[in-house]
Write a protein that binds this ligand. Structure first.
Ligand code: HEC
Ligand code: HEC
Length: 384
């Protein structure tokens, strides 16, 4: 699975750092005076990207996530083994990279010549997690019990279900009610974090949030080195020593995702976040749950999952990349009361490049937060 790929990131972070010359740049081009900075494009940062270019670095990394997920390959399976030590060696040619490039062109042709250029076919359509797509139908699948995927975004509305409004009202009531929620306008939290970037060792994490939509997460990756992720109410960035650029602006679906994470820190506003809602049913861990899908024009839908008690237990959102959509799942648990409001103390974030677990030990409501904490972070330092 793609998770295995994750180990290499830490090694990259510890050993390799500062390798890509361009990576020393901060990840944004400072535009002409008065112009908004534009994010660095893949071809500004990477050396050997004749096919996947013209997209920002964060989206480029998501295309790599799509490749890994669609074929169940780890990053160094397509790249040379030395890529696990240095970003630079990702540029080396391999047979699988050449095959993957050919496939990108093929997929674009299939969609253009058969589906009016719409993205009906992606790497996943054929590969479905296998390096070699299967050619013969499987009787086991045909006669087996169909496995529904609760994360499916193309949902069939459940006409017998209560309206979305009612489910969202039940959620607000279940976590403490609008009045108590309105009384929390900021919080600071502490706990532990583990994931690919810490080699699955628990390290300390701090979260700062301010209503209605600012949020910063600081992970102490290793001594003296933080990985910072911020949504400042407008833009979002990841400043981390283990990324190809030391300040990576988030764009497209990643930016929308960062905004949503910040907004959901103050969930009383949930009903205002989407123009349109759909309701469906799904099964998670053998329990039937309500799926409420939020839809905004021009954006990909977001699924919210509520349990019997009305609590939000999962969010699934998708990001568009140049080679198809990739999902992110956040599963919330361990709800505890903070100033009369139930807040999740644990969540697991899973996406095509990895999985991380955050466990909080305390949340302090209504603390003053230094404005700099919630603003664009400084580029990360590469360890020497
Ligand atoms: C199925 C094969 C495949 C997998 C798996 C894969 N890559 Fe790639 N990678 C490619 C191809 C192909 C390119 C070149 C893209 C182009 O030609 O525009 C590339 C290019 C890159 C580059 C740019 C290097 C440079 O300087 O030119 C980086 C960085 C990279 N990949 C990182 C990753 C990471 C991290 C992962 C795991 C999450 C990963 N790749 C998984 C096929 C793959
Ligand atoms: C229309 C079906 C189809 C789609 C879509 C597709 N592939 Fe393939 N792919 C194949 C088949 C079939 C093979 C095996 C060819 C062979 O065995 O020589 C293959 C082989 C590969 C291989 C070589 C595997 C190996 O072990 O040598 C790579 C890498 C690959 N595909 C990547 C991709 C990527 C990346 C995408 C999306 C951009 C993609 N494929 C989309 C059908 C597809």
């Amino acid at each position: 699975m793609a998770f295995g790929s994750n180990r290499y990131f830490l090694r990259t972070a510890q050993v390799a750092i500062g390798c890509l010359l361009t990576a020393a740049l901060a990840g944004v081009h400072v535009g002409q005076a008065g112009q908004a900075p534009r994010p660095q494009m893949a071809e500004d940062v990477f050396k050997n990207v004749p096919v996947i270019r013209g997209i920002p670095v964060d989206e480029f990394m998501d295309t790599m996530g799509m490749f890994s997920a669609a074929l169940s390959l780890n990053c160094p399976d397509c790249h040379v083994p030395e890529s696990s030590k240095t970003w630079e060696r990702f540029a080396d040619e391999t047979d699988l990279k050449i095959a993957a490039r050919r496939m990108v062109t093929m997929v674009n042709n299939i969609n253009r010549t058969n589906f009016g250029g719409e993205e009906f076919v992606t790497c996943y359509t054929c590969h479905r997690g296998d390096r070699r797509p299967q050619v013969r139908p499987s009787l086991t699948v045909q006669y087996g019990v169909p496995m529904g995927d609760p994360n499916e975004i193309d949902i069939f509305p459940d006409t017998a279900a209560p309206p979305a409004e009612q489910i969202l009202d039940k959620y607000i009531a279940a976590i403490g009610g609008a009045q108590r929620l309105a009384a929390i306008s900021s919080f600071a939290a502490k706990g532990t974090y583990e994931g690919y970037d810490t080699d699955h060792t628990a390290v300390s994490v701090e979260i700062f949030a301010k209503a209605p939509n600012q949020r910063t997460t600081v992970v102490r990756l290793f001594e003296g080195n933080d990985s910072v992720r911020t949504f400042d109410g407008n833009g979002a960035w990841i400043a981390s020593p283990d990324r190809p650029v030391t300040l990576m602006p988030l764009t497209g679906g990643n930016l929308n995702g960062a905004r949503l994470d910040a907004q959901l820190s103050f969930p009383a506003q949930i009903k205002t976040l989407f123009r349109q809602w759909k309701v469906a049913a799904a099964v998670i861990d053998d329990r039937e749950v309500r799926v409420v899908q939020g839809i905004n024009p021009g954006q990909l839908p977001v699924n919210f999952y509520f349990d019997d008690a009305g609590l939000l237990i999962r969010v699934v959102r998708v990001t568009q990349t140049s080679v198809g959509q990739v999902p992110t799942e956040i599963s919330y648990s361990d709800y505890r009361e903070v100033a009369g409001v139930k807040m999740p103390f644990q969540w697991i974030t899973t996406w095509t490049n990895g999985q991380t677990t955050t466990k909080l030990t305390e949340i302090q409501p209504n603390v003053a937060i230094d404005a700099a904490r919630l603003a664009r972070p400084a580029p990360a330092r590469r360890p020497q």
